[in-house]
Design a protein around this ligand. Structure first.
Ligand SMILES: [Zn+2]
Length: 83
């Protein structure tokens, strides 16, 4: 993936956490970090008690940016395809 700021190739990696990974609206830290509690939230990786959470992320060391493409559900390491 090319960096949208400088167009250099980004490094593929991941962000992981023992908790759910979610983008939450606002500028203040929330008391409860569950997306289901806040309208407009975006879950980046669903919570798994045994595996924790992880999402694919791309790094640009030049711009010091991290990009998560949540349009691809497979970027969530806990995503399961429906059969
Ligand atoms: Zn860049």
């Amino acid at each position: 993936m090319k960096c949208p700021y400088c167009s250099k190739e980004m490094e593929k990696g991941l962000i992981q956490s023992p908790q759910e990974l979610a983008w939450l609206e606002g500028e203040k830290k929330h008391m409860i970090s569950r997306a289901s509690v806040y309208e407009g939230s975006v879950i980046l990786s669903r919570f798994s008690y045994f595996k924790g959470s992880a999402v694919t992320a791309f790094l640009c060391r030049n711009c010091k940016k991290v990009l998560v493409d949540y349009a691809d559900p497979a970027s969530d390491f806990n995503y399961r395809k429906k059969n």
